[in-house]
Design a protein around this ligand. Structure first.
Ligand code: FAD
Length: 381
Protein backbone atom coordinates (compact mmCIF):
# COMPACT_ATOMS: atom_id res chain seq x y z
CA UNK A 1 0.00 0.00 0.00
CA UNK A 2 1.32 3.47 -0.83
CA UNK A 3 0.75 5.80 2.09
CA UNK A 4 1.33 8.81 -0.16
CA UNK A 5 -2.17 8.45 -1.66
CA UNK A 6 -3.84 8.48 1.77
CA UNK A 7 -5.37 11.48 3.50
CA UNK A 8 -3.90 11.63 6.99
CA UNK A 9 -5.42 13.74 9.79
CA UNK A 10 -3.39 14.58 12.88
CA UNK A 11 -5.51 16.08 15.65
CA UNK A 12 -3.43 18.33 17.92
CA UNK A 13 -0.49 20.56 17.00
CA UNK A 14 1.67 20.08 20.09
CA UNK A 15 5.25 18.74 19.90
CA UNK A 16 4.04 15.19 19.17
CA UNK A 17 1.58 16.07 16.40
CA UNK A 18 3.83 18.60 14.65
CA UNK A 19 6.88 16.32 14.76
CA UNK A 20 4.84 13.55 13.18
CA UNK A 21 3.48 15.95 10.55
CA UNK A 22 7.01 17.01 9.61
CA UNK A 23 8.40 13.47 9.50
CA UNK A 24 5.61 12.24 7.23
CA UNK A 25 5.35 15.33 5.08
CA UNK A 26 9.07 15.42 4.27
CA UNK A 27 8.55 11.98 2.69
CA UNK A 28 5.65 13.20 0.55
CA UNK A 29 2.60 12.26 2.67
CA UNK A 30 -0.68 14.17 2.52
CA UNK A 31 -1.00 15.60 6.04
CA UNK A 32 -3.44 17.96 7.71
CA UNK A 33 -3.05 18.99 11.35
CA UNK A 34 -6.21 20.19 13.13
CA UNK A 35 -5.31 22.42 16.09
CA UNK A 36 -7.60 23.97 18.72
CA UNK A 37 -5.49 27.16 19.19
CA UNK A 38 -6.88 30.17 17.36
CA UNK A 39 -3.71 30.81 15.34
CA UNK A 40 0.04 30.24 15.21
CA UNK A 41 0.66 33.23 17.50
CA UNK A 42 -1.29 31.80 20.45
CA UNK A 43 1.00 31.90 23.48
CA UNK A 44 2.38 28.47 24.34
CA UNK A 45 2.45 28.24 28.15
CA UNK A 46 4.48 25.95 30.35
CA UNK A 47 8.00 25.18 31.50
CA UNK A 48 10.79 24.78 28.99
CA UNK A 49 11.72 21.30 27.88
CA UNK A 50 14.96 19.36 27.90
CA UNK A 51 15.28 17.13 24.87
CA UNK A 52 17.06 13.81 25.19
CA UNK A 53 19.51 12.42 22.67
CA UNK A 54 17.73 9.09 22.18
CA UNK A 55 14.20 10.54 21.81
CA UNK A 56 13.37 14.27 21.33
CA UNK A 57 16.70 15.05 19.65
CA UNK A 58 16.63 11.83 17.60
CA UNK A 59 13.24 12.88 16.19
CA UNK A 60 14.52 16.37 15.34
CA UNK A 61 17.60 14.87 13.69
CA UNK A 62 15.41 12.68 11.46
CA UNK A 63 13.29 15.76 10.72
CA UNK A 64 16.45 17.65 9.63
CA UNK A 65 15.75 20.28 12.28
CA UNK A 66 18.74 19.91 14.61
CA UNK A 67 20.41 23.10 13.30
CA UNK A 68 17.20 25.08 13.87
CA UNK A 69 16.98 23.57 17.36
CA UNK A 70 20.54 24.55 18.29
CA UNK A 71 19.95 28.05 16.94
CA UNK A 72 17.14 28.43 19.49
CA UNK A 73 18.14 26.35 22.51
CA UNK A 74 18.97 27.80 25.94
CA UNK A 75 22.51 26.75 26.90
CA UNK A 76 22.17 27.56 30.62
CA UNK A 77 18.55 26.56 31.18
CA UNK A 78 19.43 22.94 31.99
CA UNK A 79 21.66 23.93 34.91
CA UNK A 80 20.00 22.77 38.10
CA UNK A 81 20.09 23.86 41.70
CA UNK A 82 18.66 21.28 44.08
CA UNK A 83 17.38 23.00 47.23
CA UNK A 84 15.35 22.47 50.37
CA UNK A 85 12.44 24.51 51.68
CA UNK A 86 14.82 26.57 53.84
CA UNK A 87 16.68 27.78 50.78
CA UNK A 88 19.80 25.64 51.29
CA UNK A 89 21.49 24.45 48.06
CA UNK A 90 22.44 20.73 47.96
CA UNK A 91 23.60 20.30 44.35
CA UNK A 92 24.62 23.06 41.97
CA UNK A 93 25.20 22.53 38.25
CA UNK A 94 26.52 26.09 38.00
CA UNK A 95 29.73 24.67 39.38
CA UNK A 96 29.65 21.60 37.06
CA UNK A 97 29.34 21.73 33.28
CA UNK A 98 28.10 18.32 32.17
CA UNK A 99 24.29 18.05 32.46
CA UNK A 100 23.27 20.96 30.24
CA UNK A 101 25.43 19.62 27.42
CA UNK A 102 23.57 16.30 27.24
CA UNK A 103 20.04 17.61 27.81
CA UNK A 104 19.69 20.91 25.96
CA UNK A 105 16.59 22.94 26.85
CA UNK A 106 14.25 24.92 24.64
CA UNK A 107 11.11 26.96 25.32
CA UNK A 108 7.89 25.43 24.07
CA UNK A 109 7.15 28.49 21.87
CA UNK A 110 10.34 28.32 19.77
CA UNK A 111 10.07 24.51 19.52
CA UNK A 112 6.56 24.87 18.13
CA UNK A 113 7.73 27.60 15.75
CA UNK A 114 10.61 25.49 14.42
CA UNK A 115 8.22 22.63 13.70
CA UNK A 116 5.57 24.91 12.17
CA UNK A 117 8.07 26.62 9.88
CA UNK A 118 9.21 23.22 8.62
CA UNK A 119 5.71 22.39 7.34
CA UNK A 120 4.18 23.35 4.00
CA UNK A 121 1.84 26.38 4.17
CA UNK A 122 -1.69 25.53 5.31
CA UNK A 123 -0.74 22.14 6.76
CA UNK A 124 -2.18 23.29 10.10
CA UNK A 125 -5.83 24.28 10.21
CA UNK A 126 -6.08 26.56 13.26
CA UNK A 127 -9.15 27.17 15.39
CA UNK A 128 -10.21 23.54 14.82
CA UNK A 129 -11.30 22.04 18.11
CA UNK A 130 -12.09 18.39 17.49
CA UNK A 131 -15.53 17.42 18.75
CA UNK A 132 -16.38 13.92 17.47
CA UNK A 133 -15.94 11.58 14.52
CA UNK A 134 -17.97 9.03 12.58
CA UNK A 135 -16.87 6.10 10.43
CA UNK A 136 -17.16 6.89 6.72
CA UNK A 137 -16.08 4.36 4.06
CA UNK A 138 -12.73 2.98 5.33
CA UNK A 139 -11.88 6.22 7.13
CA UNK A 140 -13.39 8.88 9.39
CA UNK A 141 -15.52 11.99 9.08
CA UNK A 142 -14.14 14.44 11.67
CA UNK A 143 -16.48 17.02 13.18
CA UNK A 144 -15.20 20.20 14.80
CA UNK A 145 -16.71 22.59 17.34
CA UNK A 146 -16.74 25.36 14.70
CA UNK A 147 -19.18 23.27 12.64
CA UNK A 148 -16.65 22.23 9.98
CA UNK A 149 -16.23 18.62 8.80
CA UNK A 150 -13.34 16.89 7.06
CA UNK A 151 -12.70 13.36 5.81
CA UNK A 152 -9.48 11.41 6.51
CA UNK A 153 -8.42 7.88 5.53
CA UNK A 154 -6.77 7.59 8.92
CA UNK A 155 -6.52 9.66 12.06
CA UNK A 156 -3.72 10.12 14.57
CA UNK A 157 -4.74 11.66 17.89
CA UNK A 158 -2.03 13.95 19.30
CA UNK A 159 -4.43 16.06 21.34
CA UNK A 160 -2.72 15.79 24.70
CA UNK A 161 -3.61 14.64 28.20
CA UNK A 162 -7.38 15.17 27.91
CA UNK A 163 -7.57 13.65 24.44
CA UNK A 164 -11.00 13.53 22.81
CA UNK A 165 -9.67 11.06 20.23
CA UNK A 166 -8.49 8.48 22.79
CA UNK A 167 -12.02 7.24 23.74
CA UNK A 168 -12.49 5.97 20.15
CA UNK A 169 -9.61 3.57 20.84
CA UNK A 170 -9.68 2.82 24.56
CA UNK A 171 -12.00 3.25 27.52
CA UNK A 172 -9.16 2.97 30.08
CA UNK A 173 -9.54 5.85 32.51
CA UNK A 174 -6.59 7.80 33.98
CA UNK A 175 -5.53 7.20 37.59
CA UNK A 176 -4.92 10.09 40.00
CA UNK A 177 -1.28 10.17 41.18
CA UNK A 178 -2.06 11.69 44.60
CA UNK A 179 -0.32 14.97 43.73
CA UNK A 180 -1.79 18.20 42.34
CA UNK A 181 0.38 20.97 40.95
CA UNK A 182 -0.28 24.68 40.66
CA UNK A 183 1.48 25.77 37.50
CA UNK A 184 2.51 29.41 37.23
CA UNK A 185 4.16 31.65 34.69
CA UNK A 186 5.68 34.97 35.83
CA UNK A 187 6.35 37.53 33.10
CA UNK A 188 9.44 39.78 33.13
CA UNK A 189 10.79 37.83 36.09
CA UNK A 190 13.92 39.94 36.52
CA UNK A 191 11.64 42.85 37.43
CA UNK A 192 8.75 41.01 39.10
CA UNK A 193 10.61 38.35 41.12
CA UNK A 194 14.21 39.65 41.20
CA UNK A 195 15.54 37.46 44.02
CA UNK A 196 14.19 34.21 42.61
CA UNK A 197 15.36 35.31 39.16
CA UNK A 198 18.94 35.77 40.33
CA UNK A 199 18.86 32.55 42.38
CA UNK A 200 17.86 30.70 39.21
CA UNK A 201 20.92 32.08 37.35
CA UNK A 202 19.25 31.35 34.03
CA UNK A 203 18.73 27.70 34.99
CA UNK A 204 16.29 25.71 37.07
CA UNK A 205 15.60 24.97 40.72
CA UNK A 206 14.09 21.80 42.13
CA UNK A 207 13.11 22.40 45.77
CA UNK A 208 11.70 19.83 48.20
CA UNK A 209 10.60 19.85 51.83
CA UNK A 210 7.60 19.34 54.09
CA UNK A 211 6.33 16.65 51.62
CA UNK A 212 5.91 19.44 49.03
CA UNK A 213 7.86 20.58 45.99
CA UNK A 214 8.49 23.66 43.87
CA UNK A 215 10.05 23.27 40.41
CA UNK A 216 11.20 26.48 38.70
CA UNK A 217 12.71 27.18 35.32
CA UNK A 218 14.00 30.26 33.49
CA UNK A 219 12.53 30.72 30.04
CA UNK A 220 14.13 32.36 27.05
CA UNK A 221 11.50 35.13 26.91
CA UNK A 222 12.46 36.47 30.36
CA UNK A 223 9.62 34.79 32.21
CA UNK A 224 9.89 31.98 34.72
CA UNK A 225 7.68 28.93 34.82
CA UNK A 226 7.10 27.08 38.06
CA UNK A 227 4.89 24.46 39.61
CA UNK A 228 4.21 23.66 43.22
CA UNK A 229 3.45 20.02 44.09
CA UNK A 230 1.43 18.80 47.03
CA UNK A 231 -0.41 15.66 48.10
CA UNK A 232 -4.15 16.40 48.12
CA UNK A 233 -7.39 14.56 47.21
CA UNK A 234 -8.21 14.19 43.52
CA UNK A 235 -11.17 16.59 43.80
CA UNK A 236 -9.25 19.25 45.76
CA UNK A 237 -9.24 21.79 42.92
CA UNK A 238 -13.06 21.73 42.84
CA UNK A 239 -13.69 21.33 46.57
CA UNK A 240 -10.93 23.39 48.25
CA UNK A 241 -13.02 26.55 48.03
CA UNK A 242 -10.08 28.31 46.32
CA UNK A 243 -11.07 30.36 43.32
CA UNK A 244 -8.16 29.67 40.99
CA UNK A 245 -9.25 32.55 38.75
CA UNK A 246 -8.59 34.93 41.66
CA UNK A 247 -4.87 35.46 42.26
CA UNK A 248 -5.45 36.75 45.80
CA UNK A 249 -7.21 33.50 46.72
CA UNK A 250 -4.27 31.49 45.36
CA UNK A 251 -1.76 33.72 47.19
CA UNK A 252 -3.55 33.12 50.51
CA UNK A 253 -3.48 29.38 49.89
CA UNK A 254 0.29 29.49 49.21
CA UNK A 255 1.05 31.66 52.27
CA UNK A 256 -0.79 29.19 54.50
CA UNK A 257 0.18 25.87 52.93
CA UNK A 258 3.80 26.76 52.22
CA UNK A 259 4.33 28.65 55.49
CA UNK A 260 7.26 26.30 56.29
CA UNK A 261 9.07 27.53 53.19
CA UNK A 262 11.71 30.28 53.25
CA UNK A 263 10.59 33.81 52.35
CA UNK A 264 12.54 33.64 49.08
CA UNK A 265 9.93 31.23 47.67
CA UNK A 266 7.12 33.55 48.76
CA UNK A 267 8.33 36.10 46.24
CA UNK A 268 6.69 33.86 43.61
CA UNK A 269 3.25 34.97 44.73
CA UNK A 270 4.16 38.58 45.54
CA UNK A 271 3.48 39.71 41.98
CA UNK A 272 0.32 39.96 39.89
CA UNK A 273 2.19 39.58 36.61
CA UNK A 274 1.50 35.91 36.43
CA UNK A 275 -0.89 33.21 35.22
CA UNK A 276 -1.96 30.21 37.28
CA UNK A 277 -3.33 26.79 36.25
CA UNK A 278 -4.15 24.05 38.78
CA UNK A 279 -3.46 20.52 37.48
CA UNK A 280 -4.27 17.30 39.31
CA UNK A 281 -1.69 14.83 37.95
CA UNK A 282 -3.00 11.65 36.35
CA UNK A 283 -1.41 8.73 34.57
CA UNK A 284 -2.63 5.71 32.66
CA UNK A 285 -2.02 2.20 33.96
CA UNK A 286 1.48 1.12 32.98
CA UNK A 287 -0.05 -2.17 31.70
CA UNK A 288 -2.57 -0.50 29.38
CA UNK A 289 -3.35 -2.10 26.01
CA UNK A 290 -6.06 -1.74 23.40
CA UNK A 291 -7.05 -3.52 20.23
CA UNK A 292 -5.22 -2.04 17.26
CA UNK A 293 -7.46 -0.39 14.67
CA UNK A 294 -6.74 -0.03 10.97
CA UNK A 295 -7.47 3.70 10.72
CA UNK A 296 -6.80 5.24 14.15
CA UNK A 297 -3.99 5.52 16.67
CA UNK A 298 -2.75 8.01 19.28
CA UNK A 299 0.63 9.45 20.29
CA UNK A 300 2.10 11.53 23.11
CA UNK A 301 0.13 12.44 26.23
CA UNK A 302 -3.05 11.17 24.56
CA UNK A 303 -1.48 7.69 24.65
CA UNK A 304 0.53 7.85 27.89
CA UNK A 305 -0.32 10.77 30.11
CA UNK A 306 1.96 10.91 33.15
CA UNK A 307 3.18 13.38 35.84
CA UNK A 308 6.14 15.57 34.82
CA UNK A 309 8.59 14.23 37.43
CA UNK A 310 10.75 12.25 35.03
CA UNK A 311 11.04 14.99 32.37
CA UNK A 312 10.07 12.48 29.68
CA UNK A 313 6.62 13.60 28.42
CA UNK A 314 7.70 15.62 25.42
CA UNK A 315 10.53 13.24 24.65
CA UNK A 316 8.12 10.30 24.60
CA UNK A 317 5.69 12.25 22.37
CA UNK A 318 8.46 13.03 19.85
CA UNK A 319 9.81 9.46 19.94
CA UNK A 320 6.26 8.19 19.31
CA UNK A 321 6.20 10.46 16.26
CA UNK A 322 9.56 9.13 15.06
CA UNK A 323 8.70 5.45 15.54
CA UNK A 324 5.20 5.78 14.08
CA UNK A 325 6.47 7.66 11.02
CA UNK A 326 9.07 4.95 10.38
CA UNK A 327 6.41 2.24 10.58
CA UNK A 328 4.06 4.12 8.25
CA UNK A 329 6.74 4.93 5.70
CA UNK A 330 7.80 1.26 5.46
CA UNK A 331 4.47 -0.46 5.94
CA UNK A 332 2.62 -3.27 4.18
CA UNK A 333 -0.66 -1.99 5.57
CA UNK A 334 -1.75 0.68 8.03
CA UNK A 335 -3.02 -1.76 10.63
CA UNK A 336 0.29 -3.60 10.92
CA UNK A 337 2.16 -0.26 11.05
CA UNK A 338 -0.08 0.87 13.93
CA UNK A 339 0.30 -2.50 15.66
CA UNK A 340 4.12 -2.42 15.47
CA UNK A 341 4.18 1.17 16.74
CA UNK A 342 1.74 0.47 19.60
CA UNK A 343 3.62 -2.66 20.73
CA UNK A 344 6.88 -0.71 21.09
CA UNK A 345 5.12 2.34 22.56
CA UNK A 346 3.32 0.30 25.26
CA UNK A 347 6.62 -1.26 26.38
CA UNK A 348 8.46 2.06 26.45
CA UNK A 349 5.63 3.97 28.12
CA UNK A 350 5.30 1.25 30.79
CA UNK A 351 8.92 1.75 31.88
CA UNK A 352 8.70 5.54 31.93
CA UNK A 353 5.28 5.61 33.61
CA UNK A 354 6.58 3.39 36.41
CA UNK A 355 9.60 5.66 36.97
CA UNK A 356 7.48 8.79 36.98
CA UNK A 357 4.94 7.33 39.45
CA UNK A 358 7.78 6.28 41.73
CA UNK A 359 9.33 9.77 41.53
CA UNK A 360 5.98 11.47 42.16
CA UNK A 361 5.47 9.46 45.35
CA UNK A 362 9.06 9.65 46.62
CA UNK A 363 9.58 13.36 45.89
CA UNK A 364 6.58 14.12 48.11
CA UNK A 365 7.59 11.97 51.08
CA UNK A 366 9.29 13.29 54.21
CA UNK A 367 12.73 12.29 52.89
CA UNK A 368 11.96 13.39 49.29
CA UNK A 369 14.96 15.69 49.12
CA UNK A 370 17.40 12.92 50.08
CA UNK A 371 15.87 10.63 47.44
CA UNK A 372 16.46 13.17 44.68
CA UNK A 373 19.93 14.15 45.95
CA UNK A 374 20.91 10.44 45.79
CA UNK A 375 19.30 10.13 42.35
CA UNK A 376 21.33 13.03 40.92
CA UNK A 377 24.52 11.86 42.61
CA UNK A 378 24.02 8.47 40.89
CA UNK A 379 23.50 10.16 37.48
CA UNK A 380 26.66 12.17 37.93
CA UNK A 381 28.93 9.25 38.84
C1 FAD B 1 3.85 21.62 34.43
C2 FAD B 1 4.37 20.66 33.42
C3 FAD B 1 5.74 20.54 33.25
C4 FAD B 1 6.25 19.64 32.32
N1 FAD B 1 7.60 19.53 32.18
C5 FAD B 1 8.10 18.66 31.28
C6 FAD B 1 9.50 18.53 31.09
O1 FAD B 1 10.31 19.19 31.75
N2 FAD B 1 9.96 17.65 30.17
C7 FAD B 1 9.10 16.90 29.42
O2 FAD B 1 9.57 16.09 28.58
N3 FAD B 1 7.77 16.99 29.55
C8 FAD B 1 7.24 17.85 30.46
N4 FAD B 1 5.90 17.96 30.61
C9 FAD B 1 5.04 17.11 29.79
C10 FAD B 1 4.92 17.63 28.37
O3 FAD B 1 4.45 18.96 28.38
C11 FAD B 1 3.96 16.77 27.58
O4 FAD B 1 4.25 15.42 27.78
C12 FAD B 1 4.04 17.09 26.08
O5 FAD B 1 3.69 18.44 25.84
C13 FAD B 1 3.13 16.15 25.31
O6 FAD B 1 3.10 16.54 23.97
P1 FAD B 1 1.82 16.21 23.08
O7 FAD B 1 2.12 16.75 21.74
O8 FAD B 1 1.45 14.78 23.23
O9 FAD B 1 0.63 17.00 23.78
P2 FAD B 1 0.44 18.56 24.07
O10 FAD B 1 1.72 19.26 24.23
O11 FAD B 1 -0.54 18.64 25.19
O12 FAD B 1 -0.23 19.11 22.75
C14 FAD B 1 -1.57 18.79 22.43
C15 FAD B 1 -2.06 19.78 21.39
O13 FAD B 1 -3.38 19.39 21.03
C16 FAD B 1 -4.23 20.52 21.04
N5 FAD B 1 -5.58 20.05 21.35
C17 FAD B 1 -6.05 19.61 22.55
N6 FAD B 1 -7.33 19.23 22.43
C18 FAD B 1 -7.68 19.43 21.14
C19 FAD B 1 -8.88 19.23 20.40
N7 FAD B 1 -10.01 18.74 20.97
N8 FAD B 1 -8.90 19.52 19.08
C20 FAD B 1 -7.76 20.02 18.48
N9 FAD B 1 -6.60 20.25 19.13
C21 FAD B 1 -6.57 19.94 20.43
C22 FAD B 1 -3.64 21.44 22.10
O14 FAD B 1 -4.04 22.80 21.92
C23 FAD B 1 -2.15 21.21 21.92
O15 FAD B 1 -1.60 22.09 20.96
C24 FAD B 1 5.36 18.84 31.53
C25 FAD B 1 3.98 18.96 31.69
C26 FAD B 1 3.49 19.87 32.63
C27 FAD B 1 1.99 19.99 32.82
Amino acid sequence: MNIKYKKIAIVGGGPGGLTLARLLQQDGCNITVYERDINKDSRVQGANLDLHEESGLAALKKANLLDAFYANYLPDAGKLRLMDNNGKIYLDDHTEEHIAEHRPEIDRGPLRQILLESLQPDTVIWNSQFDSMEKENDGWKLLFKNGKQFYADFVIGADGANSKIRPYLSDIKPIYSGVTIIEGNIYDAEKNTPNIFSLLKGGKIFAFGNQQSIILSTKGDGSIAFYTGEKVDSNWVKESGINFYNLNDVKKWFETNFSNWNTIYHELFATNKMTIVPRPLYHFSSDQHWTTQSNLTIIGDAAHRMPPYAGEGVNMAMLDALELSEELLHMENVRSAFENYETKMFKRAKEVTEITIQNTVKFHKQNGLQFIVDMFNNFNQ
